[in-house]
Every structure is written in structure tokens, then in C-alpha cells.
Design a protein around this ligand. Structure first.
Ligand code: 13P
Length: 251
């Protein structure tokens, strides 16, 4: 049985008072939600400690949005995997499309980051996905395969055993245009087949999350698809009530 995961990516949003409000609404619910799904929240790095403290002992998985590709030293502004691990971070997004596009993150950098996370036993949430132009040009599978293979070819099955993959079509992120369940399922099945080319057992175990305008209205149908094991939720994860409902729509 694959683990079901709903992860909230807060991106560059939130504040100390926001976290106080959010946690007072969600904290009492987390234990019950955790019976059906692993709930993960990825706030901006400066708030990881506060969020971790607010949900301490609740079963919430603490997630980071980014990690340095190096382990330590003269890298001004960077945060290492060791530092994330030190404050209890269990998951970390890697290769989010906003990082790939806005910060020129390459597959090589993604591989270096995954290596750092594996070394510190933090679960990488590898984000992949095509742009609208790539989909229109019938290149979606090609693009996603290349993003996946960069990582799959760099590590052993054992090293990747806990990896989570998030399929986030760029055209669906923050646009309100959720992929249809059929489009999402087709790509998730494709992703699983690419992982299976490396290792059938890894493919069977690997949780593949869908991200891109997941909402209370669209979550249940998406999560009902065979190869969709959960969600990576942006905007809707900033509303405690919506996020709770999205978690509840996972069976
Ligand atoms: P939205 O849910 O706001 O579209 O964001 C998706 C996302 O990028 C999560 O990582």
C-alpha cells in the first residue's frame, strides 16, 4: 500500500501571526486527518521552527521548500540539509517549477540537492511538469521523462526508496486551471512507468502527488485516480479550512 500524502506548499507567504491562527485551527484536526493521510506543510524556511513547534507531536510532517546543493561553507543565503534536519524537517521540495524557471535551477542542481537530502535522510519531493507550450507541442512526456531520468539515473533504488514525486503541470500552477483527472492520471501512470523502467518495486511504492490549482472542488476526483497518491497544494493550503477539507477528500 502506497503512502497517501497531502503537502501544502506555502511558497513565500505567511507570518508568525498567520502561523498562530493557522495552527490553532488545524492542530486539533491533525491527529484525525493523519489516520487517513500523511499531512505535510512547507512554510518559508524562517518559519519552519515555529510551525514545527506549533504541531509538535501531532504527526504533521515538516517540509522545506528548498535546500542548498552544497553541504556547508561560504554559500551566503543558503540553508543546508544538515540544518533542515537539525530542526526536524522530514520532507523537502526539489525542482519546483518556480525554482527551475525563476532561479534557473537545472536538472544537475536538482540532482545535487537530492544527494544532500538523501545524505541527511530527508525525503525529497521531486517536482516535475511541463509548460503549456511543451504540452501543446506534444512534448509533455518527453520533458517529464528527462526531469525524472536525471534523478533516477543518479541514485540507486535504495537511495531513492523514500522519494516522493510531484507532477505539477506548469500551466496548472496558480492559474485555477486544474488538470482534468484524466490528464493527471495519464501522466501519473506514465511517471510510474518511467520509474518502473528503473525498478518495478520502487514504482509500486513511490507516492506520486498531483499539484496545480488543487481545490476543495477538484481534490476528491483527482485523488480518486489510480496513480494519484495525494496532492501538493499551493494557494489552497494557506486556508486552514480548505486545506483540512482537501485532506479529508483523500480516502
Ligand atoms: P497552486 O495550488 O496555487 O496552483 O500551486 C501549486 C504548487 O505550485 C504547489 O507546489
Amino acid at each position: 500500500m502506497r503512502q497517501k500524502i497531502i503537502a501544502g506548499n506555502w511558497k513565500m507567504n505567511g507570518s508568525q501571526s498567520f502561523i498562530d491562527d493557522f495552527s490553532s485551527q488545524l492542530q486539533p484536526e491533525i491527529e484525525k486527518l493523519s489516520e487517513r493521510v500523511k499531512v505535510v506543510l512547507a512554510p518559508p524556511a524562517v518559519y519552519l521552527q515555529q510551525l514545527g513547534d506549533a504541531f509538535s507531536g501531532s504527526g504533521l510532517g515538516l517540509g522545506a521548500q528548498n535546500v542548498a546543493q552544497d553541504d556547508k561553507g561560504a554559500f551566503t543565503g543558503e540553508i543546508s540539509a544538515a540544518m533542515l534536519s537539525d530542526i526536524g524537517v522530514e520532507y523537502c521540495l526539489v525542482g519546483h517549477s518556480e525554482r527551475r524557471t525563476l532561479y534557473s535551477e537545472t536538472d544537475q542542481m536538482v540532482v545535487a540537492k537530492v544527494a544532500q537530502l538523501i545524505e541527511k535522510k530527508i525525503i525529497p519531493v521531486l517536482c516535475v511538469g511541463e509548460t503549456l507550450a511543451e504540452r501543446d507541442a506534444d512534448q509533455a512526456e518527453l520533458v517529464v521523462r528527462a526531469q525524472l531520468e536525471a534523478v533516477l539515473s543518479a541514485f540507486s533504488d535504495v537511495e531513492l526508496a523514500s522519494m516522493v514525486i510531484a507532477y505539477e503541470p506548469v500551466w496548472a500552477i496558480g492559474t485555477g486551471k486544474t488538470a482534468t483527472p484524466e490528464i493527471a492520471q495519464a501522466m501519473h501512470a506514465f511517471i510510474r512507468s518511467v520509474v518502473a523502467d528503473k525498478s518495478a518495486s520502487l514504482a509500486e511504492r513511490c507516492a506520486i502527488l498531483y499539484g496545480g490549482s488543487v481545490s476543495v472542488a477538484t481534490a476528491a476526483e483527482l485523488f480518486g485516480q489510480l496513480d494519484i497518491d495525494g496532492g501538493l497544494v499551493g494557494g489552497a493550503s494557506l486556508k486552514a479550512d480548505d486545506f483540512k477539507k482537501i485532506c479529508e477528500s483523500m480516502d
